[in-house]
Design a binder for this molecule. Sequence first.
Ligand SMILES: *Cc1c(COP(=O)(O)O)cnc(C)c1O
Length: 443
Amino acid sequence: MEAYNNHNSDKPTGAELPLGERDQAVIWHPFTQMQTAPLPIPIVRGDGALLFGEDGKAYIDAVSSWWVTIHGHSHPYIAERIYKQLQTLEHVIFAGFTHQPAVELAERLLPILPNNQNKVFYSDNGSTAVEVALKMAFQYWHNIGQPRRKVIALEGAYHGDTFGAMAVSGRSAFTAPFVPFLFDVEYIPAPVAGQEQTALDQLQALLSDDVAALIVEPLVQGSGGMVMYEPDVLDQFIRLARRHGALIITDEVMTGFGRTGKLFASHYLHEQPDLMSLSKGLTGGTMALGVTTCTQEIYDAFLSEDRYKTLFHGHSFTANPLACTAALASLDLLLTDETQASIQRIGQRHAAFAEQLKQKPGVKNVRQRGTILAFDLDVDGQASSYFSNIRDIAYNFLLNERVLMRPLGNVLYVFPPYCITDEQLDTVYAAIEKLLKHLHEDL
Ligand SMILES: *Cc1c(COP(=O)(O)O)cnc(C)c1O
C-alpha cells in the first residue's frame, strides 16, 4: 500500500474519513459544479419512497431519483427476480445469441405500446435509446435511397447528453461548449397554451422533403422545466409532419410507464409515432436499460442482401439479462390493479393540491399531468440577488424538511414513486407550503 501512496501522499487514504469526504477526493459528479457543491449526502439504504442517510435521517424521494424509481427503492420482488437471473445467466453477447428475458420483455412491451410498434432494439439508457432512434431515422432515408438531413425538435427539449441526443435538445448552457460539433436542428416553440398556432405555423414553414424526423417529448418536456402541452396539438404536429413524409419520434424516456397517468403519453394521442425511446422507469429504476421501438416499415428498410443496409449499432451490455429481468419484474408490478390505482390516486391528490397552490401568492403556472405536479416560483420583479439563488434556497429548504426535490431553476415539481403513501405525499405538500411561506416572509 505504502508504495502506491508514495506519489499521492497528499491524497486521503480513505477509510477513516466520512464517506462524503472520501467521495470528494476521488469522484466527479454529474451536472455538478465541483468547486462550489456541498459534500454529497451519503445514502445507505432505500425502502419504498424513503432514502436513509448515513446520519440516520430519512428523506422522501419526491423526484424518484432522477425520474427512474417507480415502485420505490429496493423493491423485494424486483430484487428477488434479479437475484435468480444472476444465478442463471448474468450476461451474454447479444449478436448471434439471444435469451429468455430479452425475448419475453419485447413480447410484453409491444402489446402495451401504440399498436404500430413492431420491433424492439435494446441499448443502455435514455440517451442511447434516442441515439438509436435518430440513427434508425437517418439510415431509413439513406437505405431507401432518399437521404434526408434535417430534424425538427422543440425549443427547450431535453433528449440526453450524448452527441446526437444533445444535438436534438434545445440549445442551453448545457450544450454551449459543444454547439460547433452538433448537427443542425430546426426548432419550433413548445405548443404550450396560447402558443399552439405559432408552433404549428413554424412547423409548417420548416417542413420540406429534407426533413427526416420530428422528435418530441410527448405532453411533458422534463428537464426543460416540466413544460406541459395538450395531446390535441401534438396530434396536429404529427399529421402535418407526416404530410411531408417526416418520421415521428416520441421520446418517452421520462413520460413512459405510467408517469403521465396512462402507461405511455402516446396513448393520449390519436396519431401514432414511428419510433419510440424508452428508459428510466423501464426497469423500475433498478438497472440501466434503454429501448428503441419502431414500425415494420422502418425495420423493413434495413432488410437486404446488401450488408451495408445493416443497422451498425450496439453496446457491450445490449439487452443485459439482469436489466431485462428487472424490466419484466417492474412490468408485473406496474400492471397490477394496486399500482394502477396508486397512479390515479397520486393524480387526484396532485390535482387537489394544485387547486390550493393556485390561490397562493408567489406561485405561477400550476400544472399537472398524471403523477407530475409542477409550478413556477414567481420571481419577476424580485430583488435578483436573492432570487437568482432561488433554486438552491428551495432545494436546501426542502432537504432540511427531509423532502428530496430538485427544482429546475424556479420550477418546482413533485415526481414521486407510485408507492408513495398518502401520509408521505402530505409531508411533501406541507414542505412546499412551508417553503412558500418562508419565501413570502423574506420579501
Ligand atoms: C433523462 C432523459 C433522457 C436521457 O436519459 P439518460 O438515461 O439520462 O441518458 C432522454 N430523454 C428524456 C425525455 C429524458 O428525460
